[in-house]
Design a protein. Structure first.
Length: 235
């Protein structure tokens, strides 16, 4: 019985040694494989289309009893587009254009208290950066800031006078891209655009413009909410 046990142990040890030797020889003969993990991201261009609802904003300025205005820039449908270049999975630069056609009911002084509803066309041209926050899914949150100009065209239907001006502007935004495919995404976005010292002076209500004789100014802020489409161009 002892002899059979010893012979069995010897056979097990012999087989195990032979298997380990063969495996070691095979591993020496085969070259080691190095796994390379490469990012699939490539810089690319996106075309963005925007449709927003912009909210009203109050504007007023008082310099004297004969030099003041008070009213609001009404909200409405705002549309536009943007060209966005993705530098990295989390960073892009974008140039965008937004337009809003609306009205501005105003109380002001011009040889006595006056009231007019001005026709207003606002054109924003903005350049900025977007910061993305990858989630590993089809939902892509982002936030951004922009600088540029706001080009205003104003018409007073009561006097027939018009004016225009270009003012410094800035904006903030935050939103989501929800990708339906690799190439097409739905945008949801909210933000704020501001034109610095846009209301007042010879542009809006001055004697050479729409006829109100105002020399003071008021910065204007307009919040918006809406969405649009994102189209990925290229690889």
């Amino acid at each position: 019985m002892k002899i059979k046990t010893l012979l069995l142990l010897a056979a097990i040890l012999t087989v195990g040694y032979g298997y380990s030797s063969a495996a070691d020889t095979k591993s020496k003969q085969e070259p080691q494989r190095v796994m390379m993990i490469q990012s699939s991201f490539e810089p690319h261009l996106r075309i963005n289309g925007y449709t927003f609802y912009a909210f009203d904003d109050q504007v007023d300025s008082y310099y004297s009893n004969s030099d003041y205005f008070k009213g609001k820039i009404k909200g409405g449908f705002q549309w536009g587009g943007g060209l966005e270049y993705m530098l990295a999975p989390v960073q892009s630069i974008e140039i965008s254009y937004l337009r809003l056609d609306t009205e501005a009911p105003m109380n002001y002084y011009n040889n006595g208290p006056q009231y007019s509803i001005f026709d207003v066309a606002t054109n924003y041209i903005l350049v900025g950066g977007n910061r993305y926050f990858p989630t590993g899914s089809a939902i892509e949150p982002y936030a951004g800031a922009q600088l540029g100009v706001a080009i205003f065209n104003i018409h007073n239907p009561d006097t027939g006078k018009s004016g225009n001006a270009t003012k410094f502007a800035w904006g903030l935004k935050a939103g989501l891209n929800i990708w339906a495919s690799e190439m097409v995404g739905l945008k949801i976005q909210t933000g704020l655009n501001s034109a610095v010292q846009a209301a007042g002076g010879s542009f809006w209500f001055g004697g050479g413009g729409s006829g109100a004789g105002i020399s003071t100014y008021s910065t204007f802020y307009q919040f918006y909410i809406g969405g649009g489409l994102a189209l990925k161009i290229g690889n």
